[in-house]
Design a protein around this ligand. Sequence first.
Ligand code: TYD
Length: 144
Amino acid sequence: MSETEPQFSVDQCRIVELPKISDPRGNLTFIEGRRHVPFDFQRVYYLYDVPDGAERGGHAHKALHQLIIPMSGSFDVMLDDGRKKKQFQLDRSNFGLYVCPLIWRELHSFSSGSVCMVLASNTYDEADYYRDYSEFLRAIGGQP
Ligand code: TYD
């Protein structure tokens, strides 16, 4: 890997379409391990009752892969690999956003009553976080 080709970039993060079974009684979406998610997941967590104007995230993970799914409502996700930023609006429950390791993320503009579910490739480990943006940039060899 050369210095100009980082191992992980926002270009590897992408929208993943999940199956949707539509029915007059409503929609059904299911997620089957590696068939729909590009990693094995060991943890599920969700954000809810997010107050108006609140922001979540504000960190990067060293090794964790995640799939972020808007179970209800909508919110925006800003991804930053230290060189390039990408913004996603998540508002459909059968579309998730795959986020690879070493990506700084900020989640904002949560609609009232929205629920953000995250599938994660590992159990919770605070040592896997970069919570300081400058430290994150230093770790990936960016500025400063
Ligand atoms: P954090 O990952 O900073 O939340 P977000 O990215 O949604 O803004 O986590 C907030 C707090 O919750 C922090 O003290 C760690 C704790 N936490 C767990 O104990 N287990 C978990 O699976 C997660 C995601 C967080």
